[in-house]
Design a protein around this ligand. Structure first.
Ligand code: HEM
Length: 239
């Protein structure tokens, strides 16, 4: 396939299957997602989208970013903030907890925003098209699993600026295909998309591990914590 949208789907196909089969995503699909799981996921999404959207904004005039820049339709950060406030209360900012894997992901986003903005398309594709695809089903499942009232704490999954996710995905793909890339840049984008999936898988595994550690600790009634509090804290051995 010659179109970037087809190539990117093809090269990430296997990664998508692996992402779907992470413990966290399986919990979602089985309708067994728990509040602690979802809250931790929101914390990581906050870290990820904050950097992704900052870098998209900063590079919005870059020729490889401009065609796929849809802040009104896609931007998630306000929705995530709303959900975090719903679950953690007004001082949610002090309660954000993210695994090291999430910091590696956001660090990479920051780096490519500065050094290779043309790779942002790979990351935007991986997150936003995923949110507009399987994410739509997962939102409804999450609501049921956690017994939440209509949409409460679930703004992340709602795209009020997108009336038809399928039509929007078509538009998005055609915009991706309009981006002019050298052969080398295109290969870089494809590689970065596989990496983007890998980062997501690591995030899911990381927060799942955090939950099992927290659960074990609770059972042992230990006060020690393996979780990293606050996004400014560095984890030794991260990079
Ligand atoms: C597309 C399901 C997790 C990224 C899709 C589609 C479905 C789906 C049904 C539409 C396929 C199509 O249009 O041909 C799921 C389920 C998941 C899951 C059930 C987990 C329970 C993820 C994750 C990511 C992701 C974790 C990335 C972080 C994508 C992307 C697309 C997509 C980028 C668009 C593919 C394209 O049309 O090029 N997903 N997904 N998905 N998903 Fe997922």
């Amino acid at each position: 396939p010659r179109d970037l949208s087809e190539q990117i789907k093809e090269v990430t196909k296997e990664s998508h299957v692996r992402a779907e089969n992470t413990e966290l995503m399986l919990s979602f699909q089985r309708g067994q997602v728990t509040l602690p799981q979802y809250k931790l996921l929101l914390c990581s999404l906050y870290e990820i989208y904050q950097v992704l959207e900052e870098e998209m904004d900063r590079n919005s005039n870059h020729p490889a970013v401009a065609p796929i820049y849809f802040p009104a339709e896609l931007a998630r950060i306000k929705s995530i903030e709303k959900d975090l406030e719903y679950f953690y209360g007004p001082d949610w900012r002090e309660k954000i907890v993210v695994p090291a894997a999430t910091q590696r992901y956001s660090h990479r986003l920051r780096q490519i925003g500065k050094e290779n903005p043309e790779f942002l398309v790979a990351h935007a594709y991986t997150r936003y098209l995923g949110d507009l695809s399987g994410g739509q089903v997962l939102g409804r499942i999450a609501q049921k699993s956690m017994g939440l009232k209509s949409g409460e704490g679930l703004s992340f999954f709602a795209f009020p600026g997108v009336s038809s996710p399928n039509l929007f995905k078509q538009l998005y793909r055609s915009r991706m295909n309009s981006v002019e890339l050298t052969a080398e840049e295109r290969n870089g984008v494809l590689e970065e998309a596989v990496r983007a999936f890998e980062f997501n898988i690591q995030v899911f595994d990381g927060l799942q591990k955090m939950l099992s550690v927290a659960g074990n600790r609770q059972r042992q009634s230990s006060t020690d914590s393996n979780a990293v509090h606050g996004k400014t804290l560095q984890i030794p051995g991260t990079f």
